[in-house]
Design a binder for this molecule. Structure first.
Ligand code: SF4
Length: 462
């Protein structure tokens, strides 16, 4: 049943602007799902909306600026705006910039957001409102149907010096394993072929509940990353195959070693997103990073021996206070050795309220910029060489979008390999695809060419 067919003819319409990380996107989906079950309809544009929700990100100062700009645009275009999300914790700053906002709620305050919508755009009363069903296939998804984010916990028990997430979102609070698996099963039954497991610290899943056991399909499973990964890999998509399952935000605790064999066995996508942030011991120490231990390079080597195709993605911060040229050089040499597949980099930016702001020896902006450019150049070269080694191979790819035929009748498609998570990694650009191809299909492609970040290929006829 589509969203329009479940809404009343005169249903109030809610618009949504969702900013920030995939975790915020999942929150937006939950809020919209709940509102629709209350009888609201969704508006794809400002004009048709009775009220606009802006789900903000308040992590970096640049994200706050983006959030304030988005609130301003929604006020100009519509005028009736409710703010939620991480920046909602800074209600004073929002009210100072935009006194017209109707209500402000913080991250994960689903009840409060829904109440605010009820207050400012009361739901249409009709005999069917209480009967509006909420089955799995009517849940609102902001990601395409063929991939879905699966949030397994909230909050974080660490205290990295540059981060205020524990202040914003509290201590680690893991969801029950059976609830997570039930949600994943519903998503897969509704057409998801790729699950993206997210949290603030995926390897810590269940630490707060002492890895509480629950019954799943007649057997006990623990709230633990390894059990979770194995059970997700045992799900079956509509076409009877295992879904792709990616683990994001994994810290390299020793037990991460146990999920690598699941990748070799095909139960888990050979992909790990590990936010290392730096490599130099002195910088990691002053960053107060978790699982900061020396043997990471040896473990990467061991993982690649068990699962040669494993792709490692990571992100790094350059110009952290106190980072010396020698520390930065250590990082570059570490990266040459680590041969990571995908790397994102950020210039250090102070975040209001973060402990790092009080550290001595800030790095000058021009030095930050110069180090950032050097890091990007080095990692682009590593990425290009790694992608070049895939030319000639045949790889499974998932289709994201199929284009229109050109003047010669050729149709192109955008896809991703198992080494590419949506939105953050590269793509596989396919030529001459069959017109029957659809988003979400998983097919085999022969790789014909590569550049620094993307692959180019053609589908193998079945
Ligand atoms: S692990 Fe560190 S960076 Fe990640 S959410 Fe926790 S405190 Fe922030």
């Amino acid at each position: 049943m589509s969203s329009t067919s479940t809404s009343l003819p005169d249903a109030k319409r809610v618009g949504m602007v969702s900013l920030g990380c995939p975790k915020a996107l999942v929150d937006s989906e939950r809020i919209l799902t709940r509102l629709r079950s209350d009888g609201y309809a969704m508006s794809p544009d400002y004009d048709g909306a009775d009220v606009v929700l802006v789900n903000t990100c308040g992590f970096l100062d640049s994200a706050k600026e983006e959030s304030l700009a988005a609130i301003g645009e929604a006020i100009t275009e519509n005028g009736r705006v409710i703010v939620t999300g991480c920046m909602g914790e800074e209600a004073d700053a929002i009210r100072a910039a935009h006194p017209q906002v109707l209500a402000i709620t913080g991250a994960h305050q689903y009840e409060q957001v829904v109440e605010a919508v009820h207050e400012h755009a009361p739901p249409s009363q009709g005999p069917f409102v209480d009967l509006v069903p909420q089955p799995s296939d009517t849940d609102i998804k902001l990601t395409p149907r063929h991939y879905s984010y699966l949030k397994i916990s909230e909050g974080c028990n660490h205290s990295c010096a540059f981060c205020i997430i524990p202040q914003l979102r509290g201590k680690l609070a893991s969801r029950r394993i059976d609830a997570v698996l039930r949600e994943a099963e519903k998503l897969v039954a509704a057409g998801t072929n790729e699950l993206l497991v997210i949290s603030q610290d995926t390897s810590a899943y269940g630490v707060d509940t002492r890895h509480e056991e629950r019954n799943w399909k007649g057997a006990p499973v623990r709230a633990h990353m390894t059990d979770l990964a194995r059970e997700l890999g045992n799900l079956r998509t509509q076409s009877g195959t295992a879904p792709w399952v990616r683990l994001h935000y994994v810290y390299p605790y020793p037990h991460v070693d146990h999920v690598i064999p699941l990748m070799a066995d095909g139960l888990l996508t050979p992909y790990l997103d590990i936010p290392f942030q730096h490599a130099a011991p002195a910088v990691l120490k002053s960053m107060k990073r978790p699982a900061n231990e020396a043997k990471v390079l040896a473990r990467l080597k061991n993982w690649r021996e068990i699962c040669p195709d494993i792709a490692i993605r990571s992100s790094f911060v350059v110009g952290f206070p106190g980072e010396t040229e020698a520390d930065f050089q250590y990082l570059i040499e570490w990266l040459e050795e680590a041969q990571l597949d995908r790397v994102g980099a950020f210039r250090f930016e102070p975040v209001e309220g973060a402990a790092a702001n009080n550290l001595p020896n800030p790095v000058a902006e021009e030095v930050k910029e110069e180090r950032y450019q050097r890091l990007m150049k080095a990692t682009a070269r590593i990425s290009a060489a790694k992608l070049q080694s895939k030319v000639g191979r045949t790889l499974p790819v998932i289709i994201d979008a199929v284009g229109d035929a050109d003047e010669d009748g050729d149709i192109g498609a955008t896809a991703r390999s198992q080494a590419d998570a949506p939105e953050i990694d590269g793509q596989v650009l396919l030529r001459n695809v069959p017109s029957t191809l659809a988003a979400g299909d998983i097919v085999s492609a022969t790789i014909e060419d590569a550049d620094d970040h993307d692959l180019f290929g053609v589908i193998i006829p079945q």
